[in-house]
Design a binder for this molecule. Structure first.
Ligand SMILES: [Zn+2]
Length: 217
């Protein structure tokens, strides 16, 4: 944060392409809807735009499955009061997230007395990558923090491909609509970050389209 260069006011273009994309979707014009979203995404510039990639999406969704450490915390950016006048980004402390694919789960042998108390000789544990402490699997919270603030992925899969046939056409409409809103949500959460950074650069000013919501429309 803060290391970026000058950010232009993108709010009017952003509003334009957003309503264009939604309008095209409503009319079942898939190509138009796609290019509307692509233009919307481009408004955000290189640093903030959402990446479109099947392989990266797959990888990120996997990596984003995590175990939470019971002993230590990490800093996280969170958008407070999203969409409100006093919207801002706050740094919060959350339990340290350990990507499941980087954690090794192993059996911990128990001492004789503990084994009697636990009703077994060993139990499944893992070591936190940050603090090194040993967490019991049975006491571990596992989460899939997919696309939940502040965990947006910043990557979406590629647009579904259209097939022939009536059945395929119905499926395509469902798949496309799902993809459309996934992409739009990711873009929107990036736009919040963009807008907050823009505001910081402009001493608390709002971008044009957000100055006085009552005058628009
Ligand atoms: Zn830890």
């Amino acid at each position: 944060m803060g290391k970026s260069g000058y950010l232009p006011d993108i709010s009017s273009q952003f509003h334009y392409f957003k309503s264009l994309a939604l309008n095209e979707l409503k009319q079942g014009n898939w190509n138009g809807a796609t290019s509307g979203l692509n233009n919307l995404n481009r408004c955000l510039g290189e640093e903030y735009c959402v990446i479109i990639s099947n392989s990266l999406y797959e990888k990120e969704s996997n990596v984003s499955q995590v175990y939470l450490c019971n002993y230590c915390t990490q800093e996280e950016k969170k958008v407070i009061n999203q969409g409100e006048e006093d919207e801002h980004i706050k740094i919060i402390q959350v339990p340290t997230r350990n990507p499941i694919n980087q954690v090794i789960v192993y059996d911990q042998k128990l001492l004789y007395v503990d084994a009697i108390l636990n009703g077994g000789e060993k139990r499944k544990v893992w070591d936190c990558l940050q603090c090194g402490k040993t967490n019991l699997i049975e006491n571990t919270t596992q989460i899939i923090p997919k696309r939940e603030q502040p965990y947006s992925l910043k990557v979406v899969p590629e647009c579904p491909v259209k097939q022939n046939g009536i059945r395929d056409r119905i499926n395509f409409r469902v798949d496309f609509t799902k993809w459309f809103y996934l992409f739009l949500e990711e873009i929107s959460s990036q736009e919040v970050l963009y807008r907050t950074e823009w505001k910081a650069q402009n001493e608390g000013e709002e971008m044009t389209a957000y100055k006085d919501k009552g005058d628009l429309e």
